[in-house]
Design a protein around this ligand. Sequence first.
Ligand code: ATP
Ligand code: MG
Length: 561
Amino acid sequence: MEEKDSEKKLDFIRNHITEDVSKQKNDGRVHTRFPPEPNGYLHLGHVKSICLNFGIAKEFGGLCNLRLDDTNPVAEKIEYANAIKQDVKWLGFCWDNRLFHASDYFEQLHEWAIALIKKDKAFVCDLSFEEMRQNRGTLVSPGKNSPYRDRSIEENLELFKQMKEGEFPDGSKTLRAKINMSSPNLNLRDPVIYRILHKEHPKTGNKWKIYPSYDFAHGQSDSIEGITHSLCTLEFEHHRPLYDWFCENLEIHHPQQIEFARLNLTYVVMSKRKMLRLVDEGYVNGWDDPRMPTIQGMRRRGFTPDSLIAFSERVGLAKRENTIEVELLEHCLRHDLNKKAPRRLGVLHPLKLTIKNYPKDKSEEVDAVNNPEDDSEGSRKVPFSGELLIDKNDFMENPPKKYFRLAPGREVRLKYAYYVTCEEIVKDEKGDVVEVICTYDPATKGGDSPDGRKVKGTIQWVDAKTSVPTKVRLYDRLFSKPNPEECNENEDFIDHLNPNSLKTIENCMTESGLDQIETGIPFQLERIGYFCKDPDSHTLGDFILNRTVPLRDSWSKSNKN
Ligand code: ATP
Ligand code: MG
């Protein structure tokens, strides 16, 4: 799946930038930014944007800023801003001392609004938002000029001043750019650039009673920071003429906006607004629920930064909306974890295995390989005794033909330990097997037979006395439909939630010492899958594991390339 760097084809954005650099546009500088609005937690779509912006800056020897686009105090919170910073850092990207806020520029933006008024390119409008909507026209019919459009410059300056001083209630007036109510582009039909909002701002407190619109703040913030290429998602394509109009009419540094398609993924929703609903209405346990495609959720689940970065590169850039299959994400995750994750032993459904010829009260340690993909990880000692636990799925009383694990009379290898043969079974009153009694061959220590005797099955185990009681949370798709947003008239994406997306197995057992591992660091339970310790372990007092992803990878088999 990996491409060599030299073979990588440039995408349309990198091509565009390469050309600009070769023409010495902006003196050959490349400066990008990642500009989230702190109104929710970052998700996988943002990962793509982060990798793109920081990645391009690095590739072209340029810089990338982190800018919090905080122009709407109604939805924004410090909690979100802090999480954003944490997440970008966790992914491994660095903004040095270039953390900015759109609110850092409120003074300058206000001055620029006055500059537009003075050029007769902005006016104070008394229409309500509803009236403006009605006057706006449609894609096929022009809009109507506001009756306030011809106010004198002096009157506009005075009214805008009063707006700023808080003399009018919310929504009673706006400042609008004076462009063209018959433009085929609706964004150019005298868009609102300032609105009245008596609301405390997390950074500027109660200083401002007016706040700039997204369009008035975004391009100008880019301009102030000397951004050369402003990369954003497709929904802003029709805003680009307005972005350009502001830069031209204010006669300021003019960054190039370039749009790319949003990343969508099957079986999740990827919009902060929808995720907020899942959190607020209690369908998931917070923004960092391991089923959520948020960075914090995926991190808690055991995703690594490298796997997310590899995924972002793998999906590439498109000019049209598309949806990526979640299997590709999981493939990138497994690919990374297979190389890095330490191997450990555990059983999800313990079944007692007693070795009757193993000396009572004896115990020993066997050597277990930490990572067969990485010799430098060495091996560790794992306790072994005559009382073990294996997984119920690894024993069958009446096995079908191709079952090679343990069965009456059958010999198998206990990984890293010995060959054992099942001699007897013990059942409870319901007839379920509750114990298998085996003999072992002391000559097979380490898992190989000196006489060359072969066994077909190898199973994992834990020592009954020293292993750790463990709860395991298994996650399935959060939604039961690949595209949960595709709804009939009387449906909602919530209707497509998968009721079985979380299943907890209570009585698992894992090898001694595993409970001391740090939270969020993924490891492989051999033959089962990748897991990591959940932070709830500290608050609930149990050892709780999240299953990051099962071992089986159907993607690489069905999508060979
Ligand atoms: P949402 O729709 O989830 O609220 P947003 O676009 O409003 O997302 P912002 O905080 O404005 O979120 O996004 C910051 C940057 O991340 C923007 O440049 C935006 O274009 C980009 N971005 C957001 N979602 C995606 C996505 N799904 N794929 C790629 N880039 C994205
Ligand atoms: Mg947004």
